[in-house]
Design a protein around this ligand. Structure first.
Ligand code: ZN
Length: 343
């Protein structure tokens, strides 16, 4: 069995947006219950998360934005955008969630564990350098990539399979080839970014890879997109570390997303990513929970992914040879990036 780290903390259930908000503490409670009921918890290495320091956060956020969120500490309610707000604990939750990512990275680099999965909230991938958005305060995946950059890593890949586009992560790194951002997302959809025209800017052109897909895509479509676009690009980029923005709102019964990915689909996606991390970066792989709003579905999907991470034995993933609804998009995306990558 592989050594898989787990980050989870009581602060991750103290941040509350508002009553009846889909991004609720129940998301962490149900995964915690699942880990205990299945006994999976006994096979995971618990990593005590630390609080990210201001210097960790402002590698990717502006200092004034950090201060703005810090000032919400202790206040009952502050509204940041139409669907994102804080309570007295939100700042503490967010810096500990970013710190969980840093703690994971340290343990992965020091070879204490093979990989880590951070079960934390608030989520992060919509958070821009200077503002919160879409339930997100600090961008944990970006904080992690910024930390790796500060340690001299020159090729970090962030894979975002959340049903929404990770606008914040893209914008933070879109002018850099040191962080490759790859995203599959429902399009057109919230937050409106992630079109085929967005391929990176300046030195980063070609290193922002957007795969905008129609509503209704499922396991075969995602697996084919990964095999035909993600795998060749990763093979050429040769990342030294892979971070996954693991959202589960592309699950078939998610109340917000419109995709049809099943629990076994997520397991196969995780396997492809494990193959890549095995092949190119000595299994240096970190997953961070982003979206996923069907509470029971979230527990089932994360169970599959944890089991896949623990039991992975290097078997290559099944290829999808039949036609899928994503074939046209796959051709368009390949053409869009022909100048930068061989397919
Ligand atoms: Zn999402």
């Amino acid at each position: 069995m592989r050594k898989v780290g787990l980050v989870i903390d009581e602060l991750f259930v103290k941040h509350i947006n508002s009553f009846d908000h889909p991004e609720s503490p129940d998301r962490v409670y149900i995964i915690n219950d699942m880990l205990n009921e299945t006994g999976l918890i006994n096979h995971l290495t618990f990593l005590e998360p630390r609080d990210a320091k201001k210097e960790d956060i402002i590698r990717v956020h502006t200092e004034s934005y950090f201060q703005r969120i810090e000032k919400t500490k202790g206040k009952e309610k502050v509204f940041l955008d139409q669907d994102t707000s804080t309570n007295a604990f939100s700042f503490d939750s967010a810096i500990r969630a970013s710190g969980g990512v840093l703690q994971s990275i340290d343990n992965i680099i020091e070879n204490n564990i093979d990989t880590s999965f951070c079960i934390e909230r608030p989520p992060g991938h919509h958070a821009e350098a200077d503002r919160s958005m879409g339930f997100c305060l600090f961008n944990h995946a970006a904080v992690g990539a910024g930390y790796l950059r500060s340690k001299g890593y020159e090729r970090v890949m962030i894979l975002d399979w959340d049903v929404h586009h990770g606008n914040g992560t893209q914008h933070i790194f879109e002018d850099s080839k040191n962080v490759l951002f790859f995203s599959t997302h429902q399009f057109p959809f919230y937050p409106g970014t992630g079109s085929l025209q967005e391929i990176g800017i300046n030195d980063g052109v070609g290193y922002t890879v957007n795969v905008p897909i129609d509503i209704g895509m499922g396991d075969n479509e995602y697996i084919k997109i990964f095999n035909e676009i993600l795998v060749p690009i990763t093979s050429q980029y040769k990342p030294q570390f892979i971070i996954v923005s693991a959202g589960f709102d592309s699950f078939v019964d998610d109340p917000l997303g419109g995709m049809t990915v099943t629990t076994s689909g997520f397991s196969k996606l995780a396997e492809i990513v494990m193959d890549l991390s095995n092949q190119f970066c000595d299994s240096k792989l970190l997953l961070i929970l982003e979206g996923g709003y069907n509470i029971n579905g979230l527990a089932d999907c994360t169970k599959e992914v944890f089991e896949t991470l623990l039991n992975y034995n290097g078997d290559s993933t099944q290829q999808i040879t039949e036609q899928t609804k994503a074939d046209n998009t796959i051709d368009i995306v390949k053409n869009n990036y022909l100048e930068f990558w061989d397919f």
